[in-house]
Design a protein around this ligand. Structure first.
Ligand code: DX5
Ligand code: ZN
Length: 216
C-alpha cells in the first residue's frame, strides 16, 4: 500500500518537526491539500508554504489541488519538484488538455472525483491518467466521517481500469483510519491518504506502518 499522509492535519506551528517525523517514517509521499475558498469552502495553504515543505521533504510531493482553474498553476507545481499534480474533474472543463499539460511539465497526472461524481465519467480519459483519487468525504476539511459508499465505488473504478487495460493507481482520501482502510485494501485501493488518523495519533509512525502493511 502506498501511504500519503495529509499535511493538512500537521501542526503548522511545528511543521519542521512533523516533516522530520514523516521523513523517518515508512510513508511514501507527502499529500499537500491546496484549498482556494472557491472550489471548496475553506482555504488551506499555497505556494510559499509548499516551497518551504518541499525544501525539507524527504519523500515525493503528491499535490491535491482543490481549486478552480488548476491549469493556471501547472508551472508552479512543477517548479516545486512535485511528483504528482492532482486536479479535480469538477474543476476542469478541458480535462484532457490539463492532463497533457501536467505530463508535458514532467509530472504524474491525477484526477480527483468528488463523492457525487460517478466513476463512469472517466470512461474516455482513464487510459491517460496515472492516478485517480476518490474523495471519501466532501473536500474542504480534515477529520470528517468516511462516506460508506466509497468501497463499492472503488470496486467499480478497479473494474473500469481492468476493462480498459489502464494503469492508473487508485487513491482514496478522507476519513481513512484503522477501521476504513482495510475495507479499501479489499476492493483494490493502491494508495491511502490519511490526515487525522496519523497526526492525531499517539504514535503517528505506528499508524503509518499499519496502513503500509495492508495489501490488496
Ligand atoms: C479533504 C482533504 C484530505 C483531508 C484528509 O478535503 O483532501 O486530504 O485532509 O484528512 P482526514 O484523513 O483527517 O479525513
Ligand atoms: Zn487531499
Amino acid at each position: 500500500m502506498i501511504v500519503s499522509p495529509s499535511l493538512l492535519s500537521a501542526d503548522f506551528a511545528h511543521l519542521s518537526r512533523d516533516i522530520e517525523m514523516l521523513n523517518r517514517s515508512s510513508c511514501d509521499w507527502f499529500h499537500l491539500d491546496v484549498m482556494d475558498g472557491v472550489f471548496v469552502p475553506n482555504i488551506s495553504f499555497g505556494f510559499p508554504v509548499m516551497k518551504a515543505i518541499a525544501q525539507y521533504a524527504g519523500k515525493p510531493l503528491d499535490v491535491h489541488l482543490m481549486i478552480v482553474e488548476p491549469q493556471k498553476f501547472v508551472g508552479e507545481v512543477a517548479a516545486l519538484g512535485a511528483k504528482i499534480m492532482n486536479v479535480h474533474y469538477e474543476a476542469c472543463t478541458h480535462l484532457h488538455r490539463v492532463i497533457s499539460q501536467i505530463h508535458d511539465a514532467g509530472m504524474m497526472a491525477g484526477v480527483t472525483l468528488n463523492p457525487a461524481t460517478p466513476v463512469s465519467v472517466l470512461e474516455d480519459i482513464i487510459c491517460d491518467v496515472d492516478l485517480v483519487l476518490l474523495m471519501s468525504v466532501n473536500p474542504g476539511f480534515g477529520g470528517q466521517k468516511f462516506i460508506d459508499a466509497t468501497p463499492e465505488k472503488c470496486r467499480r473504478l478497479r473494474e473500469l481500469i481492468q476493462r480498459k487495460g489502464a494503469k492508473a493507481l487508485i487513491q482514496i482520501d478522507g476519513g481513512v483510519n484503522r477501521t476504513t482502510a482495510p475495507l479499501l485494501a479489499d476492493v483494490g485501493a493502491d494508495c491511502l491518504v490519511a490526515g487525522n488518523a496519523i497526526f492525531k495519533a499517539d504514535n503517528p509512525q505506528e499508524e503509518i506502518s499499519f496502513l503500509k502493511s495492508l495489501s490488496q
